[in-house]
Design a protein around this ligand. Structure first.
Ligand code: PHE
Length: 340
């Protein structure tokens, strides 16, 4: 008995491991129901008198040492050691993960781009700092003409020939200068206007403008394209209407509205009581513009349209103040579709 206790004690003292499996094997060998230590206890039960008194204490000490050692090693071991289990509540649900979301302006912009790509439009981009020619003159804004006041402009202080573009129609001028018809392109991008910031307007916003130039393009083509867009974006039963309007670069010009309905108070507010939402400006490209861009208006005609992305995003997501779209408040942004 004495020998066996000594031998096991030595084994307990010398054993060391950081491997959870090894420690467990050791525990089973010594302490499980059929292990060496319980076997010694069985032997101990057979003893009598003095022997029983002599070995009781050392046997208990051996058992405690073995248990202590195993606890200690488990605590230091990798994986799911006892130590870790005490420090962390492994049953607690993991906190939510926020992998980032797409900005509502980008969601809407990408959707608009996709819709036009499906009918053969490509995407053109251009500079945000523009010269007077591309932003105004080529687009039939006569110099000193009050039409330029329609779009209050930020000029570049160092060079008043340059301005931040007030619309992406400037990109369409570049597209016409650089390509031969047929031209079928949309120009998404950021534009800038010197306007007081309020719930409804901002000095920076995004547009998607479109341009189609070819032989014999008619107003009917424009109407059908806009109807297609409205039905893809707002739903299959969407109704549109075109109201006469004015832009220097289109003739005739129109404003396209989409029928929204007047079911509740929100509809009244959004449509100013008319039931119709203003969605975009459009028209047939003015012959002067074609000529300015090197195209013969006798040979070619075309249509153009342009819409504000923020306005449409606000309608789609019922956002009451345009400033939310620029503040990057995480509580606001997290409500939109995940970027993954
Ligand atoms: N450029 C116009 C704007 O900024 C929109 C527009 C584009 C209107 C093309 C007609 C044709 O408001």
């Amino acid at each position: 008995m004495e020998e066996k206790i000594k031998a096991l004690l030595a084994e307990v003292e010398s054993f060391s491991s950081q491997d959870t499996k090894e420690i467990e094997t050791f525990r089973i060998r010594l302490l499980s129901r059929k292990g060496l230590i319980p076997a010694l206890f069985d032997e101990f039960k057979q003893l009598e008198g003095d022997d029983k008194r002599k070995y009781g204490k050392p046997l208990n000490e051996l058992k405690q040492k073995a248990q202590g050692k195993i606890e200690e090693l488990k605590a230091g071991a990798d994986g799911s050691g006892q130590h870790q289990a005490n420090r962390f509540d492994l049953t607690r649900p993991a906190p939510g993960q926020f992998p980032g979301t797409r900005h509502p302006v980008n969601l809407v912009k990408n959707e608009i781009i996709d819709i036009f790509k499906r009918i053969g439009f490509n995407v053109s981009e251009g500079p945000e700092i523009e010269d007077d020619w591309h932003n105004f003159t080529a687009l039939n804004f006569p110099e000193e003409h009050p039409a330029r006041d329609m779009q209050d402009t930020f000029f570049v202080a160092r060079n008043p020939e340059w301005a931040l573009r007030t619309h992406t129609s400037s990109v369409q001028v570049r597209a016409m200068e650089a390509n031969k018809p047929p031209i079928r392109t949309i120009s998404p991008g950021r534009v800038f206007r010197n306007e007081a910031i309020s719930a409804r307007s901002h000095c920076i916003f995004h547009q998607v403008e479109g341009l189609y130039i070819d032989k014999k393009v008619s107003f009917a083509d424009l109407k059908q394209t806009l109807l297609y867009f409205a039905r893809e974006f707002f739903g299959a039963d969407t109704k549109i209407r075109l109201r006469p309007s004015y832009f220097p670069f289109t003739e005739p010009s129109a404003e396209m509205d989409v029928y929204w309905g007047l079911k509740d108070e929100v509809d009244y507010r959004m449509t100013k009581g008319t039931g119709w939402l203003e969605v975009m400006g459009c028209g047939m490209v003015d012959p002067n513009v074609l000529e300015n861009c090197g195209l013969n208006p006798e040979e070619y005609s075309g249509y153009a349209f342009g819409m504000g992305v923020e306005r449409i995003a606000m309608q789609r997501y019922q956002i009451s103040d345009i400033r939310y779209l620029f503040e990057n408040d995480i509580r606001f942004l997290q409500q939109f579709q995940s970027a993954l």
